[in-house]
Ligand binder design. Sequence first.
Ligand SMILES: Cc1cc2nc3c(=O)[nH]c(=O)nc-3n(C[C@H](O)[C@H](O)[C@H](O)COP(=O)(O)O)c2cc1C
Length: 199
Amino acid sequence: MSNILQIISSPRGEASNSIKLSEAIIDRLKLNYPSAALHIKDLTNAPFPHLEEVHLNAFFTDVEKNTGEHREAIKHSNSAIEELNWADFVVIGAPMYNFGVSSTLKAWFDHITRAGITFKYTDKGPIGLLSGKKVFLAVTTGGIYSLGEEIKKDFLTPYLKFMLTFIGMNDITVCRAEGFALSETRDTALEKAIGSIKI
Ligand SMILES: Cc1cc2nc3c(=O)[nH]c(=O)nc-3n(C[C@H](O)[C@H](O)[C@H](O)COP(=O)(O)O)c2cc1C
């Protein structure tokens, strides 16, 4: 049995290219793992809040000392981490917003990156604790950032790769559909990206 977790962060529903690319990746995974279970986490339906004082207090209080307020504040973080623990494959749809990650997806990272739970500090530096998973990033962009000088403007893909590795998910495949804002590439961008998926 293989468990697939799909993370949606585009609010564009059926028009979303990152969702379409994620679905194509999942279709390919299901060819290899026909009995795989799929859990879809749509971050746009139930957005994770910005970290507020109550979340920070809960994150940094020992579990046995948590108050009711802490437990309520930490509920969504705990369930997001449970979903990650359950998954063998994580497929993350990531549209580029203003050269970086959308605040929707950033908020999710803020709730899953927890000292002592998804990473820990050791004498040799931090170690990620979510090991043994394979991640696919379905990155979609209006411009093209995979070539030449433009690579430097992509703050999305390096951020995602760094954060995932930081919490232990270092087996990462990047699938890019790019050029949706350019007349020469917009009609073929998705098809080209789907054609290049390697599972
Ligand atoms: C608010 C916003 C900001 C964007 N910023 C950028 C950007 O900085 N660079 C870029 O290449 N595309 C940018 N885009 C274009 C999207 O990355 C592109 O349309 C992508 O396909 C959106 O993914 P989706 O179809 O899954 O929603 C932006 C789009 C929106 C809505």
